[in-house]
Design a protein around this ligand. Structure first.
Ligand SMILES: Nc1ncnc2c1ncn2[C@@H]1O[C@H](COP(=O)(O)OP(=O)(O)O)[C@@H](O)[C@H]1O
Ligand SMILES: [Mg+2]
Length: 378
């Protein structure tokens, strides 16, 4: 399938997840797809993770807070529109606690707990977890026809797919129980510690300090009631990922490293029976019959130069031309590898390396023209 299948994905899917290694263009392409989908008449949200500041400005996004902003999309159909939101991980986690906590007292107990601050720093900064958490929220509102999810640069690509399970596992009932056992749950503090876990607990107390352990236990007790909430959300996010209305798009650049990551994602997505919508190869040094040898263009201009200067210009051009050709030649087999992954019924599209980074709506439009060549300019 070719790029035209991409428009079908935008029209038919409810969630599109852009995955791939860092720097390949996930954020750029997520925004581009969002714009195009609005032009196709869909109510779209792009949930973005780490846009470069200038791109965030262009989308009208503030630095902090999970605020939804309407993007002014030129040529959007009247029924379509684009909202963008930048993920603020800390705010997402605190929000989640506020919602899951049964009452105000419990809520404050948790938000002010030292252990919670520590845990939320590690989970809160875990963008992959928060991205999936937020995805659940926005899909649940039913306000959007399509949510395009940008994903964070992860060292281990799997972290992202496994993200929803991590907190649920962390809060595994057995762990919670283990920490609660030394205490009588009704008279939590000041009790004599008993049994084996009592010994372990005392030892931990020596290592971490009694005060900290007290906080830890209070944290688990406070969290216990919310365990089911976390589990349910985990299951709901997993269902969204598995839904046939969700598609994953694997983004790569024509580099060995990013194609390896793309290969890894392909295998994981297939193994997990998730919908693999297709592949986008970005930042390609295009090469073809249309690329002219600069010497041919320059030659008439060189006639007025002294011969030795003309020779220097010619030789510099030849070096630059030769290098670009060599880069393009190296990229060929990598592009071919991805193209084979896409064959025969998945989307495959290439986007050339543009002369400038994509920093504004015009830049995004340049990307869109390559993604959807048939589409007339709005
Ligand atoms: N086709 C392209 N041509 C030129 N620059 C690009 C292209 N695609 C992305 N970029 C630039 O590359 C950088 C990384 O892109 P980004 O979308 O942030 O990648 P990711 O989200 O995968 O880390 C950004 O500066 C972006 O503007
Ligand atoms: Mg990004």
């Amino acid at each position: 399938m070719t790029a035209s299948g991409l428009a079908d994905l935008l029209l038919e899917r409810r969630v599109i997840v852009c995955v791939g290694s860092g720097g390949v263009g996930k954020t750029t392409l997520a925004a581009s797809l969002g714009i195009e989908a609005a032009r196709l008449g869909r109510r779209v949200l792009v949930l973005t993770i780490d846009p470069a500041r200038r791109l965030a400005d262009a989308l009208g996004l503030p630095s902090f807070g999970n605020e939804v902003r309407r993007v002014d999309v030129r040529g959007a159909l009247p029924e379509g529109h684009l909202d963008a939101m930048m993920l603020d991980t800390r705010a997402t986690f605190d929000d989640l606690i506020r919602r899951l906590a049964p009452d105000e007292v419990r809520r404050r107990e948790i938000l002010e707990n030292q252990v919670y601050r520590l845990v939320s720093d590690s989970f809160g900064s875990s963008q992959e977890y928060m991205a999936t958490e937020k995805l659940y929220d926005v899909v649940a509102t039913g306000r959007y026809d399509l949510v395009v999810l940008d994903t964070p640069p992860v060292k281990n690509a799997l972290e992202f797919l496994d993200a929803p399970g991590r907190l649920a596992r962390f809060l595994d009932r057995r762990i919670v129980k283990w920490f609660l056992t030394p205490y009588d749950e009704n008279r939590v503090f000041g009790r004599v510690l008993i049994g084996t876990s009592g010994v372990v607990f005392r030892l931990l107390g020596v290592i971490f300090g009694r005060e900290f352990l007290g906080e830890l236990s209070r944290f688990f007790i406070a969290f216990r009631d919310m365990y089911d909430g976390f589990r349910e959300r985990h299951e709901a996010v997993t269902r969204i990922f598995e839904d046939q209305a969700t598609a994953f798009l694997v983004v790569s650049a024509p580099t060995e490293a990013s194609v390896d990551v793309a290969t890894f994602f392909r295998e994981e997505l297939l193994a997990r029976r998730l919908v693999l919508g297709g592949f986008l190869v970005n930042q390609v040094h295009g090469w073809g019959p249309e690329v002219e040898d600069p010497a041919d263009i320059l030659e008439p201009l060189l006639t007025n130069l002294p011969e030795d200067r003309a020779r220097r210009v010619r030789s510099r051009c030849a070096v630059a031309y030769g290098r670009t050709k060599a880069v393009a030649a190296r990229e060929g087999p990598l592009r071919e590898r991805i193209r084979r992954y896409a064959h025969p019924d998945r989307v495959y599209a290439e986007i050339p390396l543009l002369p400038e980074p994509v920093r504004d709506l015009e830049g995004l439009d340049a990307v869109i023209r390559h993604l959807f060549p048939a589409h007339p300019d709005p």
